[in-house]
Design a protein around this ligand. Structure first.
Ligand code: SF4
Ligand code: SF4
Length: 501
């Protein structure tokens, strides 16, 4: 008899008194956990396949199901946790690199939760956002250093192209391939309805989505999948992806089984072939090389579109951002180590990169110290979970944020963290037509619009509470933040005082 080293992580608890054997859970589970056993005359579960995505729990008509974490216990200790032991067993079985998805789940500090927001009291009165105008509109791009006039005294328009956002939240890069057609449709429609932008990621742009071009950021990554002149011209801005928070220093990988006819056409690669984007851009080895690509893209689009350079938050991020600002980029996007992904090696996801809060504060300060802060806008992403995180990000120096995991949660994601399998039961991180159909883009769009609208209301309330009525006045205003539970070094990097000071 074979020895089993791996144990199911979850237990399926079925209340047999409530179960009417309708088999809905069996039909809904792409992981094939549930089945009807005719001999036993009831439903049974193969728990080794369960990823706790809650699809069956959500759709069981009699609320007969719950999924619980198994109480099976390894002989763990402070050093050898159950997770560490399981991962050794898995690698001993397969000989392969461990793969995961979504963001870094390790219990590193979450600095958003150690920052508190100010509120006006007696002096500098607060502003009531219901009665007074609040400006959450934001422009991204290089800001002119001063007013210029021609010989006749007429104003010279020295404004470079800008992105105008009604609310300082954009949907982060997620490629068609890593997420489904209906997920992309939801994001594109929501971006249009909200007056913001969504991002193609590195997978090209499906022909159906060209109509959303004015609300689209098109991405150029190291694999150059789906990049051609029409693609570049379709978007409102072009993003060069140099790095990604979930997997700094490595490229991307879309398995061949996800590359069906539509994805193959959009990415311009053969059907069924793995889409592997290399770790570096093979034409970029210096800031000068990056500058060449920035200006090639500007040239190709007649200098009508801002260029974003996306980097991962890593050591020396401030110096890297300083170089990027000098490359001619209009916007720097920084992705923190909690940023999500469709697939990444577990070790990289969990061990590489730095927290976005520290990276943002360091970058903003460095650009200010060098007197080049107005040459670029700074957008951050990597686990912005709420409007409070958004306010803190802007106060630390961001012009706007990218959200991805929060957007997927709005679409129905239950954070089962198995996007890499392509069997997303919620129709998001999958290309299986039967699963994709589960996500209704009309409903998805509405839920995204609701989420960002709710954040916008809360943003205005918090800004009003601080006596601030524009994003411009909040941006980099670290006096509006106080730290708690932080040491002096952390306070210094964040540039905030301790609560009580
Ligand atoms: S969905 Fe609920 S009621 Fe239907 S078979 Fe599954 S557990 Fe039983
Ligand atoms: S997108 Fe789907 S597969 Fe990925 S974590 Fe969310 S529910 Fe799970």
């Amino acid at each position: 008899m074979a020895v089993r080293f791996l144990y199911p992580e979850f237990e399926v608890v079925r209340n047999q008194d409530r179960c009417v054997a309708c088999r809905a859970c069996e039909r809904q589970c792409a992981n094939e956990v549930h089945r009807y056993d005719p001999e036993l005359g009831c439903m049974v579960a193969d728990e080794s396949k369960c990823v706790n995505c809650h699809r069956c729990v959500s759709l069981c008509p009699t609320r007969a199901l719950k999924i619980v974490k198994t109480d099976h216990a390894f002989r763990e200790n402070g050093n050898w946790t159950g997770k560490a032991i399981t991962e050794v067993y898995r690698q001993a079985e397969t000989g392969g690199v461990l793969l995961s998805s979504m963001g870094n789940p390790e219990p590193y500090p979450i600095y958003w939760d150690k920052l508190l927001i100010n509120a006006s009291q007696v002096t500098n009165p607060s502003i009531d956002p219901l009665r007074e105008p609040m400006e959450t509109r934001t422009f991204l791009g290089k800001k002119p250093g001063g007013i210029q006039r021609d010989a006749q005294g007429r104003l010279i328009n020295n404004q470079t192209p800008q992105l105008e956002l009604s609310v300082p939240v954009m949907f982060s890069a997620m490629s068609y391939g890593s997420i489904s057609y209906n997920a992309h449709a939801s994001l594109a429609r929501a971006a249009q309805a909200l007056g913001t932008y969504y991002n193609t990621g590195e997978g090209g742009l499906h022909e159906d989505f060209y109509q959303y071009g004015p609300n689209t950021i098109v991405q150029v990554a190291s694999g150059r999948f789906g990049v051609h002149k029409d693609f570049l011209e379709a978007g409102a801005a072009i993003e060069i992806k140099m790095g990604q928070g979930a997997k700094p220093g490595i490229g991307g990988h879309l398995p061949g089984q996800k590359v069906g006819p539509d994805i193959s056409r959009t990415r311009m690669i053969p059907e069924g072939s793995d889409a592997i984007s290399p770790a570096p851009h093979h034409d970029i080895y210096s800031i000068e090389d990056l500058r060449q690509l920035v200006f090639s893209l500007k040239e190709a689009t007649e200098y009508k579109k801002p260029v974003i350079v996306k980097i991962a938050a890593v050591h020396n991020v401030a110096a890297i951002a300083s170089g990027v600002a000098r490359s001619g980029a209009d916007i720097i996007a920084i992705d923190g180590y909690r940023g999500g992904t469709g697939a990444a090696p577990t070790r990289i996801r969990d061990s590489v990169g730095i927290p976005i809060e520290l990276a943002l504060a360091a970058v903003d300060q460095r650009l200010r110290d060098e007197g080049i802060r107005d040459q670029v806008s700074v957008v951050i992403g990597g686990s912005v979970r709420s409007s409070a995180d958004l306010v803190k990000a802007i106060a630390l120096g961001a012009d706007a944020v990218y959200i991805a995991t929060a957007a997927l949660l709005a679409l129905g994601c239950h954070l089962c963290r198995t996007c890499q399998t392509g069997r997303c039961n919620w129709g998001i991180a999958t290309q299986r037509p039967d699963l994709v159909r589960r996500l209704n883009p009309d409903l998805g769009c509405q839920r995204l619009v609701n989420l960002v609208t709710a954040w916008d209301h809360e943003l205005k309330e918090m800004m009003g509470g601080m006596g601030i009525n524009s994003i411009e006045a909040l941006r980099g205003n670290r006096l509006m933040l106080r730290g708690i539970g932080l040491n002096q070094k952390e306070l210094d990097i964040l540039g905030v005082k301790y609560a009580g000071e």
